[in-house]
Design a protein around this ligand. Structure first.
Ligand code: FE2
Ligand code: FE2
Length: 178
């Protein structure tokens, strides 16, 4: 085995990787997976609920904002809605990779979500609600990333990317505050 490791020069233990690859029905999940898979899936499902509620909130705001002078704000709401949808897709995809079931059930979406829905009618109230929701999202991703640590680098990488986008979103909303 030592000979093998030395000659392949790839820095991996070939017998261990072959062993890990055997249960092919587990798809992307190998025996070496370090995290608590069920816990990660539950965490990702709450994040998925959060993103879906954020899509709905931004869409609600996008469609109800009126006035020529509010065009740029409207555009920002739409862009955020699309990006939150992108986050939801990334999370659902990762849940499936981990052999979990993505939960799109609308019945308890709002209770599973970290951030809140908002149906304000004043544009400044909408911006404020979005800023608060983004800050809630940032904090929840920060906690998830901390919890995962080094146990699941792929999930961690996805969450870090989403969190960076939520920080941009919060900054965008703050810029729009009157
Ligand atoms: Fe998001
Ligand atoms: Fe966001």
């Amino acid at each position: 085995m030592h000979h093998n490791k030395k000659t392949n020069g790839k820095g991996v233990d070939t017998s261990a990787t072959r062993e890990a690859a055997k249960n092919f029905k587990d798809g992307a999940v190998t025996v070496g997976y370090q995290a608590d898979r069920k816990e990660v899936i539950a965490m990702l499902n709450n994040a998925l609920a959060t993103e879906l509620v954020c899509v709905l909130r931004y869409k609600r705001h996008y469609y109800t904002v009126t006035g020529l002078q509010n065009g740029p704000v409207k555009a920002e709401f739409l862009q955020h809605a699309l990006e939150e949808q992108g986050h939801a897709d990334l999370l659902a995809e990762r849940i499936v990779q981990l052999n979990g079931k993505p939960d799109f059930n609308p019945v308890d979406l709002n209770t599973r979500s970290h951030a809140e829905y908002d149906d304000s009618s004043e544009i400044q109230d909408m911006i404020k609600a979005n800023l608060i929701a983004e800050r809630v999202a940032i904090e929840s991703y920060r906690q998830m990333i901390e919890k995962i640590g080094e146990t699941d680098p792929t999930t961690r990488h996805i969450l870090v990317g989403i969190m960076a986008k939520e920080e941009e979103h919060a900054d965008d909303m703050r810029d729009l505050l009157a």
